[in-house]
Design a protein around this ligand. Structure first.
Ligand SMILES: [Zn+2]
Length: 116
């Protein structure tokens, strides 16, 4: 899901009983980002009523006020400076994950990766 500007990525990860919706944000996180992810999680829940759906927002930093909203919405925040292992990188074109040592994306052959 995109707001029309560069900076949003959505990854959906299907596990047996759980679906994980991940949104990655390059700039500072604003309240709208939480609302969008929450909305997205809500839509996925409707599509897959038997599954647990988790929403994870990945970014640099989340301030305390937004943390309150995040908790209320049942979302999780991960900082890519502290929480994300740097053994993987994400293709800027197709948004798939490849190994950190890859020069080209395995999926679309792009050479552009997100800058973190
Ligand atoms: Zn790719």
């Amino acid at each position: 899901m995109s707001n029309g500007t560069i900076g949003y990525i959505d990854i959906i990860y299907f596990k047996e009983h759980e679906i994980v919706v991940i949104e990655i944000k390059r700039e500072a996180i604003i309240k709208k980002d939480l609302s969008q992810l929450s909305e997205y999680v809500h839509c996925i829940k409707k599509l897959y009523p038997g599954k647990i759906v988790r929403g994870i927002l990945i970014g640099q930093y989340l301030d305390d006020n937004l943390k309150v909203f995040l908790d209320l919405m049942g979302l999780t925040f991960k900082s890519y400076f502290y929480d994300i292992p740097l053994r993987l990188k994400i293709c800027d074109k197709c948004r798939k994950v490849v190994g950190i040592n890859q020069n080209n994306c395995n999926w679309c052959n792009s050479e552009d990766f997100l800058p973190f």
